[in-house]
Design a protein around this ligand. Structure first.
Ligand SMILES: [Zn+2]
Length: 380
């Protein structure tokens, strides 16, 4: 007889059980990227990834102590690998996990079992922040048309704002595996892209694990989801604690989420200047000469223009940046779309005359801000 901790949800229960003939261990896999030079807004953007395993047989307050975690791999920087190259880092881990699943590994002698014992292990959850979870599971980023890894909602049909959850259709493991396999078997990049565009799924090494459910076992962890996501969103952006002051003379409040990590310093500066320009009243300038304003917009770097278009959802039918943060439309198209978007707040400005400056500034800021922040909600 052996005492075992059995973890049921958040409670741990002490039970007396007959010892398993083989040791059975469940693990969670975590992949996270961080900046080793610390996260300063104007600092150098460097990204290094760590891959770690936590043993879920341990009680929750023990399993994440540094001495109990297993650092399986390091993904070298300075940039995150492109979406389809993360698999190379997972291959050796999956090889080991496959062996540990079947037939298991026999240790000739352990501390508690002098005569030896067979161990079998399984990976039962991948716990990451949202971008890393998508990369590891082979799912499209949250910018893609198929933005969800759990259901079939699409950006243009249901959108990010839909709460009609009874109509959402859940993805299943078998169909995720089917698309993952079709992606792997595709003879060329064009057919791979066709599979990906239709399903939002790429090949993932995790699909080699026979027991792993791609649609259920990929989890966004509580720290990123709740503390850095919803709670930060609520306090920082809805209540406004610690939010940057609106620039002087601004008529709308524009806030972008952090730009992609590979934006150069010049591109970041360009984005900041563009943000300032979009907040200023451009009414008279556009009326005098829309061409001149477009020309002014064309002077900004290409990717900041595309990033602004994507984040402000200037055109619901267009995707302006792909998963690897490349601009998908020309500078001219981005500038034209931004120009149309800039014209939109005129509606709010018009009511300044009727309702008084302050109330409208607050109202329009809030409405614009809601529009903008809708995009940032799923970021973490
Ligand atoms: Zn969903």
């Amino acid at each position: 007889m052996k005492t075992l901790w059995i973890v049921h949800g958040r409670r741990r229960v002490l039970t007396q059980q007959t010892e398993f003939p083989t040791g059975r261990y469940a693990f969670s896999l975590c992949v996270d990227f961080f900046n080793p030079l610390s996260n300063k807004q104007a600092g150098k953007k460097v990204s290094i990834g760590i891959i770690s395993l936590a043993c879920l047989n341990l009680p929750p307050d023990e399993r994440y102590k540094p001495e109990n975690m297993f650092l399986v791999g390091i993904i070298p920087g300075p940039k995150e690998p492109p979406l389809n190259l993360l698999n190379h880092y997972l291959t050796p881990i999956v090889d080991v996990l496959l062996e540990l699943w079947s037939p298991g590994v026999r240790f000739s002698r352990t501390y508690n079992h002098p005569t030896g014992r067979t161990l079998r292990c399984a990976l039962i959850a991948v716990i990451c922040d949202l971008p890393a979870a998508r990369k590891v599971g082979g799912f499209a980023s949250f910018h893609h048309r198929h933005f969800c890894s759990v259901c079939h909602c699409t950006k243009f049909k249901e959108g990010y704002g839909s709460t009609d959850y009874e109509c959402w259709q859940r993805r299943t493991n078998s169909e995720c595996r089917k698309f993952s396999e079709a992606f792997a078997q595709a003879p060329d990049a064009a057919s791979q892209n066709a599979v990906f565009e239709a399903s939002g799924i790429r090949y993932s090494e995790l699909s080699r694990l026979p027991y792993f459910d791609l649609s259920r076992c990929i989890v966004v962890d509580a720290m990123h989801n709740l503390f850095l996501g919803l709670i930060k969103e609520h306090f920082h952006n809805i209540i406004g604690i610690g939010r940057a002051k609106t620039a002087e003379g601004a008529v709308v409040f524009v806030e972008f989420p952090d730009p992609p990590s590979d934006f150069t310093d010049a591109e970041q500066k360009s984005l900041a200047t563009l943000r300032k320009m979009l907040q200023q009243p451009l009414n008279d300038a556009i009326e005098a000469s829309p061409e001149a304003v477009k020309k002014k917009l064309m002077r900004f770097h290409h990717r900041p223009l595309a990033f602004a278009c994507e984040m402000l959802e200037v055109d619901d039918n267009k995707v302006f940046m792909d998963d690897q943060a490349r601009a998908l439309h020309s500078k001219a198209t981005c500038s034209e779309d931004l120009l149309c978007w800039v014209s939109y707040p005129f509606l709010f400005r018009l009511s300044i005359l009727i309702l008084g400056q302050h109330s409208v500034l607050i109202r329009s800021s809030f409405v614009m801000w809601v529009l903008i922040r809708r995009r940032g909600l799923d970021k973490c």
